[in-house]
Write a protein of this length. Structure first.
Length: 271
């Protein structure tokens, strides 16, 4: 099922070995916290296989929480339409519980208007160095961060953009979809930990499996926060760019990899 990301050539790790290595049986897992694009999707779309998997997890009371870089506007709909317990938007900026249409702000913003103006000025400054970057179509639906398309930016250029953002007092990350200028200290793990404390106080981080596929999921792979993390197979593309790497990796990519992970969780629930 999985193999350690640091050693792709070894044999697959089966369910028993996974349990032995984590000291946590899969049937004791309380929550799945997963990225969306490139992790739940396949070629950019939700599949019937994914929706069936989410329904099956809900039936055995394994809650799923989406943790995505997508905008507040997108996530408001996703949290209410899918069989999940909620969704975190903008890489840890806001939380949308499935039972409530009102978002919970995870990154305090004193003045939204001035915050957006500051983000716009920062983006304009970046454009003087990288004139090819363009604002993402969903940026108008955002609250805490500012996004622009990846275009053909190289790894070195992305690193330079990150350094420039830091000099201007901002954080920076990117996914397989887009780049994010964000408040410093705002990331998926911090947002998830806040949501766990407030909404799932009986769940320990050791009982959460975090799942992702790209650099903006890196904080979810930090073993100090979440000991059991899984990358779907397409994470290999970024393996050399991650300081924190997932503990395990699926053999299948994208949404098929997520469903692969869930098939073992569902099997363990039957025992």
């Amino acid at each position: 099922m999985y193999r350690p990301i640091s050693d792709f050539g070894k044999h697959l790790i089966n369910i028993q070995q996974l349990s032995d290595r984590t000291s946590t049986h899969l049937y004791q897992i309380c929550l799945l916290a997963t990225d969306m694009d490139g992790t739940l999707t396949k070629y950019g779309k939700f599949t019937s296989k994914l929706l069936d998997t989410l329904e099956n997890l809900a039936a055995v009371k394994v809650p799923v929480l989406i943790v995505t870089g997508r905008s507040a506007g997108w996530v408001s709909a996703i949290s209410s339409l899918m069989p999940i317990v909620g969704a975190i938007a903008e890489n840890g900026g806001l939380f949308y519980p499935s039972s409530n249409s009102e978002p919970v702000t995870l990154t305090p913003i004193a003045d939204l208007t001035s915050h957006r103006e500051h983000l716009a000025r920062t983006f304009a400054n970046l454009q003087t160095y990288f004139p090819q970057i363009q604002e993402s179509a969903d940026n108008r639906f955002r609250v805490t961060d500012w996004t622009f398309d990846l275009t053909s930016l190289t790894t070195d250029e992305l690193k330079n953009i990150g350094n420039l953002c830091e000099q201007m007092g901002w954080g920076f990350t990117y996914s397989n979809v887009q780049c994010h200028i964000k408040p410093q200290g705002q990331d998926k793990a911090i947002g998830l930990l806040k949501v766990l404390r407030q909404y799932f106080p009986t769940y320990f981080p050791e009982q959460v499996i975090t799942v992702g596929d790209s650099p903006n999921d890196e904080s979810l792979f930090n073993h100090r926060y979440f000991p059991i993390s899984v990358g779907v197979a397409n994470i290999r593309e970024y393996a050399t760019q991650l300081q924190h790497q997932p503990t395990y990796i699926t053999t299948a990519a994208e949404g098929d990899g997520f469903c692969e992970l869930c098939s073992y969780i569902l099997q363990s629930c039957q025992h």
